[in-house]
Design a protein around this ligand. Structure first.
Ligand SMILES: Nc1ncnc2c1ncn2[C@@H]1O[C@H](COP(=O)(O)OP(=O)(O)OP(=O)(O)O)[C@@H](O)[C@H]1O
Ligand SMILES: [Mg+2]
Length: 358
């Protein structure tokens, strides 16, 4: 089986590693010179929407997928018609625009924070009057790692938020006083077989995911999250891995966003679950039975962001697994992560606290 992957960043790297273990081969399209996934397959160096590169990918591969969320949906039309492309482009179209995302959540009865789409300062002011403060203004498209967002706490912030983010189309959301954040990752195959990993509890710092750990020990929350992601997977006739990010407030879930791909909050599934999100994504898109998602011990992960502490390379502990994406340091850039698989939640949390201070 040869898998074509649009994007060769760290998600591509980890897909490539999982593919190797499953006896599959990967070919990537990526504009960078030596992107992280280079070690796991041939990279066609071209823009993500390059017609010739996508056509070549289609001709040489059995199935195509993407690990980069901002591929123009129209570009995917350059892929020859008989090569399957998963997840379905419709899912990508929804995830690329927060307005579409919120509309789909509403259509499927999945609760969301109160929100309004706005294009002008007047609309933004009116939305803030309705929603109250604090509120979060976000660009509808191209946001990641908390970029393209401004929190409005007082009236004076409204103009500043608009000046910072316009002329891009915007969405305003009521600020959710959440107790904590979780994500649920699910995989669905063409036959409709669906599985999920236990809930991950996620902590962000400066808008960027810092730690993730599972499972969240709350059966009612897990059942609710499984129901919501199941609605999305079935509605989209989804194939592959889908992530749903949620806020937990007063024992209820509010949907934040979806990612139609493997996700940073599921990196602990590599060593911390019987089958990782990467392996199940590949099994799903190649129409094979999905692997078991039961956890191994108490897993978690901490991201290495901005610069790579030397101590991270010297760790010698069989409960820790270092993943180095081979990227050059830059403030706010995800350079790697360390997975923890511990015997208990207490032990896992202590290890994450220690790693957080490296
Ligand atoms: N309405 C909200 N209320 C409270 N906090 C919020 C709200 N929206 C976003 N946040 C905080 O900002 C983080 C990033 O927001 P969001 O997931 O929408 O953006 P993103 O740039 O796509 O982030 P990522 O790439 O990490 O998924 C959330 O995980 C949460 O911590
Ligand atoms: Mg997010």
């Amino acid at each position: 089986m040869r898998i074509g992957i649009i994007g060769a960043g760290q998600l591509g790297l980890m897909l490539g590693e999982a593919a190797e273990a499953l006896g599959m081969e990967c070919v990537f399209v990526d504009p960078s010179e030596t992107p992280p996934a280079t070690s796991t397959g041939r990279v066609i160096q071209a823009p993500f929407d390059n017609e010739a590169a996508l056509a070549e990918l289609g001709q040489s591969c059995d199935v195509i997928t993407y690990e980069f969320e901002n591929v123009p949906v129209e570009a995917l039309e350059h892929i020859p018609g008989d090569t399957p492309l998963y997840p379905p482009p419709a899912a990508l179209g929804v995830a690329q625009d927060r307005k579409n995302e919120k509309a789909l959540f509403a259509e499927l009865g999945i609760p969301v924070p109160a929100n309004r789409s706005v294009d002008t300062l007047e609309e933004l002011e009116a939305a803030i009057d309705e929603l109250g403060m604090p509120a979060v203004v976000k660009t509808r498209r191209f946001g990641y790692d908390g970029k393209g967002q401004v929190v409005i706490r007082e009236a004076a912030d409204v103009q500043r938020a608009f000046d910072t983010l316009s002329p891009q189309p915007l969405i305003v959301e009521a600020f959710v006083p959440y107790d904590f954040e979780v994500s649920i990752i699910g995989a669905r195959s063409p036959s409709g077989e669906t599985t999920t990993w236990p809930l991950s509890r996620n902590e962000h710092r400066d808008g960027i995911l810092r730690t993730a750990r599972g499972p969240v020990d709350d059966d009612a929350l897990y059942a609710m999250a499984r129901d919501y992601i199941g609605r999305l997977l079935d509605h989209l006739d989804y194939v592959g891995v889908l992530t749903l990010e949620l806020f937990v407030a007063d024992g209820k879930l509010l949907a934040n966003e979806i990612a139609p791909r493997v996700h940073n909050s599921g990196h602990w599934t590599i060593e911390g679950a019987e089958t990782s999100q990467f392996a199940n994504h590949l099994l799903a898109i190649t129409a094979q039975p999905l692997g078991a998602t039961a956890l191994r011990g108490s897993p978690g992960m901490v991201n290495i962001i901005g610069d790579f502490p030397a101590a991270a390379r010297d760790l010698d502990d069989e409960r820790l697994f270092l993943h180095d994406y081979g990227k050059s340091p830059r403030p706010g850039r995800k350079l790697g992560h360390i997975t923890v698989v511990a015997a208990s939640e207490k032990e896992r949390d202590e290890l994450l606290t220690t790693l957080d201070k490296l």
